[in-house]
Design a binder for this molecule. Structure first.
Ligand code: SF4
Ligand code: SF4
Length: 132
């Protein structure tokens, strides 16, 4: 099956992505990955390690993400709120809808990643989806 690996909290980063990021390589790859994810019927697998988006991130070092502790907490928060486990495979659209219902509409987004360095971008505009 043609699927894309995704850290759980990246569904939120995707939602709020507006072309900013850690480097030009990173933002270009992220934009391309989001396009791929939006293709009809595209599946994702939720992983507890570096994923497709991490591949071009300057924080992705030989031994993994330099922000590992923080991002694992974000991932755990998303999994708990969506009530799905690592290793889950599902259509990207289904994951998007789950996050909309169980996190965004439920007002639970502020509790997940408020200490992220990009919080000033994402948390100030949590009112409406950036796309999809
Ligand atoms: S604040 Fe950080 S972790 Fe949260 S959605 Fe934005 S980029 Fe992702
Ligand atoms: S900061 Fe870590 S989790 Fe986020 S994209 Fe970079 S390597 Fe991946």
């Amino acid at each position: 099956m043609d699927e894309i690996s995704l850290r759980p909290h990246h569904i939120l980063c995707i939602r709020f992505f507006e072309g900013k990021g850690y480097s030009s390589d990173f933002t270009k790859h992220m934009a391309e990955t989001i396009e791929r994810l939006r293709e009809p019927g595209k599946y994702v697998m939720l992983v507890d390690e570096e994923d497709e988006i991490c591949r071009k991130c300057p924080n992705c070092l030989k031994d993994g993400c330099s922000q590992r502790e923080k991002v694992l907490q974000y991932d755990a928060g998303v999994l708990r709120m969506l009530d799905v486990p690592y290793g889950e495979r599902m259509e990207f659209r289904r994951l998007w809808e789950l996050a909309e219902q169980k996190i965004m509409a439920a007002g639970r987004f502020p509790g997940i990643c408020g200490d992220c360095e990009w919080a000033s971008v994402c948390h100030k505009k949590e009112g409406g989806p950036a796309g999809n």
